[in-house]
Design a protein around this ligand. Sequence first.
Ligand code: HEC
Ligand code: HEC
Ligand code: HEC
Ligand code: HEC
Ligand code: HEC
Ligand code: HEC
Ligand code: HEC
Ligand code: HEC
Ligand code: HEC
Length: 380
Amino acid sequence: MRKRKIKKMGKNGPDRLISVGLIVAVIGLTIILSAPDANAQDREPGPNPDNNTCFMCHHNPNLTTTLPSGEVINQGVDEDAFNAGVHGEAGLSCRECHSNITGYPHPEIDFESHRTYTIARNTTCIECHSEVTAELSGNVHEIALAEGDLEAAVCTDCHGSHDTISLRHERSIISHTCQGCHSQIFNLYRNSVHGSALLGEGNPDVPGCVDCHGAHTIKGPSNGQFHLFSPEICARCHTDPELMDPYGINTNVMDTWVRDFHGTTVVLFQEVAPDQQTDKAVCVDCHGVHDILPPDDPNSHVLKENLLETCRKCHPNASVNFPDAWMSHYDASLDSAPIVFWVTWFYRLRIPAVIGGMLVFVVSDFIRQRIDIRKEKNNG
Ligand code: HEC
Ligand code: HEC
Ligand code: HEC
Ligand code: HEC
Ligand code: HEC
Ligand code: HEC
Ligand code: HEC
Ligand code: HEC
Ligand code: HEC
């Protein structure tokens, strides 16, 4: 009954709303004041009837407020979306988050801008979700916010305020939430080998934004260790034969990089000076960060034709055949690098031969001496 009345109100627009609103406000106030406060733990699941009073006015999509900044905030709340969200399903009442609202008229909204309003209202989330506080502390957005960057992400930017969904395992939805503020990076990512597989094909094997950066623990290059340890991110998948075999992608890319001059030095840095920056090439210096492509793609930074340009970022004087003098991800083999292959085998055989020969010499010399001493004793 009440629901239908609300729908009709919506069609009549904001003008009629005020007068009808005032009538229901009286009824509403009575219900509001007598409504019990549900507890987060032992609640009855399902939409909370307590909220009907609020929806009487707030289901109206035309209900708006104008802030001193001139910004207009839409005060409508989509009832179906709210009830289908995690909080509606859990039976939360509006007032559990909006504890400042005890009836109508509401307390005055005293915020400079929509953004400061949003940030202020977000403090409510942590009252029930204290478990995420530790994860969030020190993440890039919290730091940016503390430094006065109001555009840094708060809970509702990623989760929504009323249509809250669980983002667990929803990697393509998550990437779109990041898109709202990081659109340039998103556009690069969308066309990359990873992004096109996730967003285009729904492929679960490839990384979305939070697989590389973390979800609540989000880190980026402003964290001193992120760049230095970034090869570990790639290695998580690119050394896993079960994941890579179906794509025919080599899993020796980490091992060969570690054996390479760049990798050997970076790994040394990781162990002895993890807070230092390195200028040696990590994976993303050659492959790109958000625009990684298969090596045979015309736009790949590691395509043979583009490789010299990639090396020259750090080796500005590199000659045309500079990349050829480097092993890439290849283990030396008869096909890829016959000279390196034979030299490697030459030393593999020669070194044991030299050391073995020396050992034989030392041991036989020692035995010879013992025999001589014994002979001398016997003679003398
Ligand atoms: C009689 C109509 C009416 C009822 C009933 C009503 N509201 Fe409102 N509400 C408004 C109007 C109009 C505004 C716009 C700002 C203002 O005028 O105060 C508003 C603004 C709000 C805001 C935004 C401002 C703020 O303080 O954050 C919230 C949140 C809110 N209402 C929550 C509720 C909740 C929760 C209930 C139910 C317990 C409720 N309202 C019941 C009409 C109503
Ligand atoms: C889980 C906590 C939570 C619940 C439950 C909740 N709200 Fe909100 N609400 C928020 C937050 C946070 C904001 C500020 C979000 C923003 O500005 O993006 C907000 C903002 C609002 C606003 C201002 C307009 C806007 O969207 O910014 C209104 C009106 C409002 N809520 C009404 C309600 C009503 C009515 C209910 C119950 C049906 C309700 N809220 C339930 C957290 C909640
Ligand atoms: C009054 C307590 C309360 C407040 C305040 C609250 N929540 Fe919740 N939240 C719950 C309950 C209860 C659930 C459902 C049970 C669960 O999954 O923990 C839930 C579930 C969630 C989930 C899904 C969790 C999952 O397991 O995937 C997210 C995400 C979430 N809330 C975000 C928020 C955000 C963002 C805010 C602030 C706008 C907020 N919550 C405010 C009580 C609350
Ligand atoms: C930058 C985006 C972002 C922000 C900001 C953010 N979250 Fe999340 N949150 C996520 C993602 C992504 C997941 C899913 C994590 C996963 O799949 O492991 C998540 C998961 C959750 C969960 C489910 C339980 C869990 O730990 O996995 C809860 C509850 C939650 N967030 C609450 C919050 C609250 C409360 C805030 C604000 C204090 C917040 N989140 C801020 C992106 C965000
Ligand atoms: C395959 C792993 C990976 C994926 C997927 C990824 N990133 Fe990154 N991202 C990185 C690495 C590594 C860096 C640091 C690059 C460096 O150290 O030079 C970075 C840097 C950043 C930066 C800061 C530097 C800048 O360019 O402004 C932002 C912001 C960022 N990523 C956001 C995103 C977003 C948003 C997505 C999803 C659309 C995403 N990332 C997907 C690995 C990834
Ligand atoms: C509401 C806007 C907003 C949303 C949504 C958002 N971010 Fe950000 N993000 C920012 C702002 C602002 C900064 C700080 C300025 C900067 O470095 O660009 C930032 C910084 C970063 C950085 C840091 C870079 C560094 O220099 O260390 C990374 C990484 C990042 N965001 C990743 C993400 C990911 C992943 C998501 C989605 C899960 C996301 N962001 C969602 C606004 C947002
Ligand atoms: C979550 C797992 C995962 C992570 C993390 C990851 N990748 Fe990938 N990557 C894949 C999968 C799966 C493919 C194959 C996708 C396809 O072909 O559709 C792929 C493809 C590639 C390709 C193209 C290979 C080819 O021959 O087509 C390159 C290059 C690449 N990744 C480099 C990187 C780098 C560099 C990093 C770290 C910054 C990284 N990847 C992180 C899973 C991952
Ligand atoms: C100095 C530049 C450089 C660095 C550093 C580098 N790569 Fe590569 N990578 C290349 C080149 C060049 C190719 C193309 C080899 C070819 O196809 O001949 C390649 C190919 C690949 C491929 C495709 C292999 C296949 O079988 O299709 C993957 C995956 C890859 N690299 C991942 C990584 C990872 C992970 C790291 C860091 C641990 C890394 N790369 C570091 C230059 C580099
Ligand atoms: C992110 C920067 C960076 C990129 C990109 C890079 N290198 Fe290097 N590389 C270095 C640094 C720094 C050294 C240390 C020696 C130096 O200062 O010249 C080095 C050393 C080397 C060495 C050891 C011999 C020497 O010159 O001292 C070889 C070989 C080499 N790089 C090959 C390559 C090739 C081939 C590419 C392109 C596929 C490449 N590098 C791309 C930073 C880079």
